[in-house]
Design a protein around this ligand. Structure first.
Ligand code: 5GP
Length: 121
């Protein structure tokens, strides 16, 4: 799947759509989800044009991958979630129900999150 430069997160990265930013560095941007599913619900995205986890894992540089996952951990820590715990999630592709075709990790926390997912299939 080709990267769509007009997806909503690309537009946030270009400053065309506002976001409630919580963190930014060379490789990553983090902001609050517009439709939070938990008391804390933050999205972390790489700045590079990667469609999905599959694309990011296959094509991003070592520096981008290391920088991104360090950013995810830092954002969760800065949000005060380490002691009580949190969940990260990367919906990928059709069965993963990915809506925005720019790789992103959800960070959920601030309350008990229950089991991983409902049973499917
Ligand atoms: P996905 O289903 O692709 O993993 O999740 C996409 C997420 O992006 C959803 O949780 C949705 O609420 C969030 N989202 C969609 N559009 C916007 C937006 O314009 N701003 C922000 N902050 N979040 C958005």
């Amino acid at each position: 799947m080709a990267y769509d430069p007009n997806n909503v997160f690309a537009r946030i990265l270009r400053g065309e759509i506002p976001c409630k930013k919580v963190y930014e560095d060379e490789h990553s941007l983090a902001f609050h989800d517009i439709n939070p599913q938990a008391p804390v619900h933050i999205l972390v995205i790489p700045k590079g044009p990667y469609v999905s986890m599959a694309d990011f894992g296959a094509s991003a540089s070592e520096a981008e991958i290391a920088g991104f996952f360090r950013a995810v951990a830092k954002v969760a820590a800065d949000a005060g979630l380490v002691e009580t715990g949190y969940r990260i999630l990367a919906n990928t592709g059709r069965h993963g129900n990915q809506e925005v075709p720019h790789f992103h990790v959800h960070i959920f926390g601030g309350a008990p999150l229950g089991r991983m997912i409902g049973k499917v299939g």
